[in-house]
Design a protein around this ligand. Structure first.
Ligand code: BDR
Ligand code: CA
Length: 311
C-alpha cells in the first residue's frame, strides 16, 4: 500500500481531507502533522486528534509543528472555519495530547527511513515543510512526491485579490518550497474553486447515519453557509482535492511550470508567479513543478461523497 503523511491546519476542509485519505483505503496514513494556519497550532492539533478518534484511527501518530509563520504573526481564518476550527461541531477530544510533539523530526525520520515511499500532502501554510527542507535537504531525493494545496495562478486569490490563504499566511516558507527542486504537484484555487460542493450534494450525506457522515454533514453545512460560500452556491473542497490528486492524478490535468511567490510587495504579497521559462522573477527557481489547471470536478465530488459515506 502507498504511504502518506498529511500536514495541515484543521480546519473544516483539512478535517474532510484527512477523513478522505483514511476512508479511501488507498494509503497507509503514517502521520498527521499540524501547523498554525486556519486556527492556532494548539487547536489544529486537537482537531487532528478529534478526527482520528472519529475515524477510529488513534493509532496514527499526530505531531505538532511550528506555531507561527516564518518571521510573521499568524493571520488565522476562524471567520471561515468557526471558533473551534471545525464549524462549531463538538467532537470529543481523546486524552493523548501530551504525545503531540516533534512534527519536523517525525516527518524527516519517516521519509528517510522509507526512501521513495512517502507521499507528503501539505494543506496548510508551508512553515513546517520549509523548516524540514532547510534541516534535511535530502528529503527531496527521498520523498515519493509532495502535493500542496495552495496558490492562485489564473484566478483571483481568496484572502486578497492576489493571494491564496496558505501561501499568503507564510509567503517566505512558500517561496523556499516553490523555488526548490522538490518533486512538487501544486493544487491551486484554479482547480479547488471548481470543486463546489452544493446543497444537493449535502442531501446525499444527510441520508447516511454513520458518525463520520454526520460530522461531515454538519461541518459542510456550516462551511456552505459562510457568506462567501453562499454566494458560490456551495463550498469548495480545497484540501480534499489535494488528497484526491494523491489518490488518482487523473482527477486533474497539470502543466509543468516554474513557480515563485511575491514576498516583498505589500499589495501583491503571496501572489503566485508562474512561467514556462525561468527568467525574470522566476530566474531563482531550481526546477519546474506540476501545476493543476483543470479538474474533473463532478467526478471528484462523486468520489468524495461515495468515500466518506461508505461503511
Ligand atoms: C486553504 O486555506 C484554508 O482556509 C483551507 O483549509 C485551505 O487549505 C484554501 O485557500
Ligand atoms: Ca488547510
Amino acid at each position: 500500500m502507498k504511504r502518506m503523511i498529511y500536514d495541515g491546519d484543521p480546519g473544516i476542509d483539512d478535517a474532510l481531507a484527512i477523513i478522505l485519505a483514511i476512508k479511501s483505503g488507498e494509503f497507509d496514513l503514517e502521520a498527521v502533522t499540524t501547523v498554525a494556519g486556519n486556527v492556532s497550532l494548539e487547536k489544529a492539533t486537537k482537531n487532528a486528534l478529534r478526527i482520528l478518534r472519529l475515524t477510529g484511527r488513534l493509532n496514527i501518530p499526530v505531531a505538532a509543528g511550528i506555531p507561527s509563520p516564518f518571521g510573521r504573526g499568524l493571520e488565522r481564518a476562524e471567520y471561515v472555519h468557526g471558533d473551534n476550527g471545525l464549524g462549531g461541531t463538538s467532537l470529543p477530544l481523546p486524552g493523548v495530547e501530551d504525545k503531540c510533539i516533534g512534527a519536523l523530526d517525525l516527518i524527516i525520520a519517516k521519509i528517510m527511513k522509507k526512501p521513495g515511499e512517502i507521499t507528503l500532502v501539505a494543506c496548510g501554510p508551508l512553515t513546517n515543510l520549509a523548516e524540514i527542507y532547510m534541516k534535511e535537504p535530502r528529503i527531496g531525493e527521498n520523498v515519493r512526491e509532495l502535493i500542496i494545496m495552495g496558490g492562485a495562478v489564473q484566478v483571483p486569490g481568496n484572502v486578497t485579490p492576489h493571494a491564496e490563504f496558505n501561501i499568503y499566511t507564510d509567503p517566505e516558507s512558500a517561496q523556499i518550497i516553490l523555488r526548490s527542486d522538490l518533486p512538487l504537484t501544486i493544487v491551486p484555487l484554479d482547480v479547488t474553486m471548481k470543486t463546489i460542493f452544493t446543497v444537493y450534494d449535502l442531501e446525499q450525506i444527510y441520508e447516511v447515519r454513520t458518525p463520520v457522515a454526520e460530522f461531515a454533514y454538519n461541518a459542510l453545512r456550516y462551511y456552505q453557509n459562510i457568506p462567501k460560500h453562499k454566494k458560490l452556491g456551495g463550498c469548495p473542497l480545497h484540501d480534499p482535492l489535494a488528497v484526491g490528486v494523491a489518490i488518482d492524478e487523473s482527477f486533474v490535468k497539470t502543466k509543468e511550470l516554474y513557480v515563485n511567490v511575491v514576498t516583498d510587495n505589500i499589495i501583491t504579497l503571496g501572489k503566485t508567479l508562474v512561467g514556462e521559462k525561468n527568467t525574470g522573477e522566476l530566474e531563482v527557481c531550481a526546477s519546474k513543478h506540476k501545476v493543476c489547471l483543470e479538474v474533473d470536478a463532478r467526478r471528484f465530488i462523486r468520489f468524495f461523497i461515495d468515500t466518506i459515506t461508505a461503511d
